[in-house]
Design a protein around this ligand. Structure first.
Ligand code: DQA
Length: 143
């Protein structure tokens, strides 16, 4: 079984992207952490990061066979309507993650257009939030 790990715009440069906000872990570190969390269940991780919404839409549509997904939409949280519609059609549980506490930041980050569809949302816990999201999926998906 495969878990889909989806990261939106500007998340490919994690590690050197405003580390005081997003921390120093790279996307590769995060992929490794998620893979570690789910290994015991026999799940592997399919990781897709892209700066374009269309590629993320395609990734969601191309992975209906995954067990679930972890999604950090980046700034697409604000107006990513086509990503939202793709996730609405995604047949498996998925968790939204934001490294930073979006509610402690600018008001344009206070609402996510995808959050109402998410099985849960993890916010403000840095890279550890992805581990928590992985644990949540292990909990949500029956063995
Ligand atoms: C983010 C928060 C978003 O508002 C921002 O646009 C990002 C990263 C986070 O993980 O904290 O790109 O999703």
């Amino acid at each position: 079984s495969r878990l889909l790990l989806l990261n939106g715009p500007n998340l490919g440069i994690l590690g050197r992207r405003e580390p005081e906000i997003y921390g120093t872990d790279t996307l590769a570190d995060i992929e490794k952490a998620v893979a570690e969390e789910v290994a015991d269940r026999g799940w592997t991780v399919s990781s897709v990061q892209d700066d374009s919404e269309g590629t993320l839409v395609r990734a969601v549509n191309d992975h209906p066979d995954t067990v679930g997904a972890i999604v950090n939409p980046g700034a697409l949280m604000i107006a990513g309507w086509s990503l939202r519609d793709a996730l609405a059609a995604y047949p498996r549980p998925w968790i939204e993650v934001h490294l930073s506490n979006v509610w402690a930041r600018e008001s344009f980050r206070h609402e996510s257009v995808i959050a109402p569809l998410a099985g849960g949302v993890v916010v403000g816990l840095g890279a550890y939030g992805y581990r928590l999201a992985a644990k949540a999926l292990l909990h949500l998906v029956p063995e």
